[in-house]
Design a protein around this ligand. Structure first.
Ligand SMILES: O=c1[nH]c(=O)c2[nH]c(=O)[nH]c2[nH]1
Length: 330
């Protein structure tokens, strides 16, 4: 049988999800002379009764990805949560699932770029300049939200993961790698002093959040039911200090740990995040081990290999180690 004549029934659609990616949004919130700004790259994908758009070329079930983009900008304008990526993502995902009867799940991912207030010497405010900012790092805050309406549009479930990507760090000592498994393939020498550099990818998950049906038809904002005698979930996802604490835990643990390995330092970072953030359920780090190789200068009779004499290194772009683990609250 020819390939072109066999396209009918050999396969069936087993997964389908679509939407818009890389929606770039910049938003100013003005509070008198104080401006607050965020810059997001947003991805919003939908699942639901959309199979016929693939299998029958029936576009009547397709909310155009262009409309998904328009809704993203509309909510960036009207959402009270725009300055908080977790809440904005929940609002956006709730909007899609509530607005469209045939859409059962929405997946929103936000990458937040860094903008930090400029400090001007001699100016009064310790918080920095009211409307001038700079990019103080390539790391991004990452938020991933799923809103699941498959149990009913008045019984939504919000699943929230957040974290950091591309946080580049390096320490020039306080790192060793010894006593590893040795066999006929081992050429690596043990070292009690080496450079440790990695580009941190971190994500932490929160306990799932029940979401009631939105009460406002136009905004379709999420509503968190607060049960009697409970503080609700306001202390969990909405704890706006979790990102700062997780970043500090990552940087400070990296700095002070006498590292036995990337694995052992990773574990300590994750334990600190679990210890400091009651609402965090699990923590995942993915850490490339970015190698720095001391240059061999023995041919010049120069010692650049003894750890205490190693001063000139070649940063190796590839290959790198890649160490990952998830630590889950007991
Ligand atoms: O911290 C490390 N962990 C490893 O698993 C590993 N493997 C390796 O070659 N060097 C290192 N360093």
């Amino acid at each position: 049988m020819s390939v072109s004549s066999s396209t009918s029934n050999l396969g069936e659609l087993s997964a389908a999800r679509y939407g818009k990616t890389k929606v770039r949004v910049f938003r100013i919130v003005r509070e008198g002379k104080w401006h607050h700004i965020v810059e997001y790259n947003v991805q919003a994908l939908l699942e639901g009764e959309i199979a016929v758009s693939y299998s029958e070329a029936d576009n009547s079930v397709v909310v155009a990805t262009d409309s998904i983009k328009n809704i993203t900008y509309y909510l960036a304008k009207i959402s009270p949560h725009i300055l908080n990526a977790e809440k904005f993502a929940l609002h956006l995902a709730t909007f899609f699932v509530s607005k469209y009867a045939h859409i059962s799940k929405a997946f929103v991912e936000i990458e937040q770029l860094r903008w930090t207030r400029i400090h001007v010497a001699g100016e009064e405010s310790p918080e920095g300049h009211p409307h001038s900012f700079f990019r103080d790092g390539d790391d991004k805050r990452i938020v991933k939200v799923e809103v699941d309406g498959s149990a009913g549009k008045d019984k939504l479930v919000g699943k929230v993961t957040a974290g950091i990507n591309d946080l580049l760090v390096l320490k020039s000592t306080g790192s060793a790698f010894e006593n590893f498994y040795r066999d006929e393939y081992t050429t690596l020498v043990e070292v009690n002093d080496r450079i440790f550099s990695t580009s941190v990818d971190l994500s932490y998950t929160f306990t799932n959040i029940p979401i009631a049906a939105p009460t406002d038809e136009k905004k379709l904002d999420f509503v968190i039911p607060v049960q009697k005698g409970e503080t609700g979930y306001a202390g969990s996802v909405w704890d706006e200090d979790v990102p700062a604490r997780a970043r500090a835990a990552t940087l400070e643990t990296f700095a002070v740990d006498e590292s036995a390995s990337v694995q052992a330092t990773l574990y300590k970072m994750a334990q600190r995040i679990v210890a400091e953030n009651d609402s965090v359920h699990s923590v995942t780090y993915t850490l490339p081990n970015k190698h720095y190789i001391p240059v061999d200068m023995r041919y010049l009779d120069v010692d650049n290999l003894t750890p205490s004499k190693a001063e000139v290194f070649v940063p190796i772009a590839a290959p790198s180690g890649l160490i990952s683990a998830t630590i889950t609250r007991k």
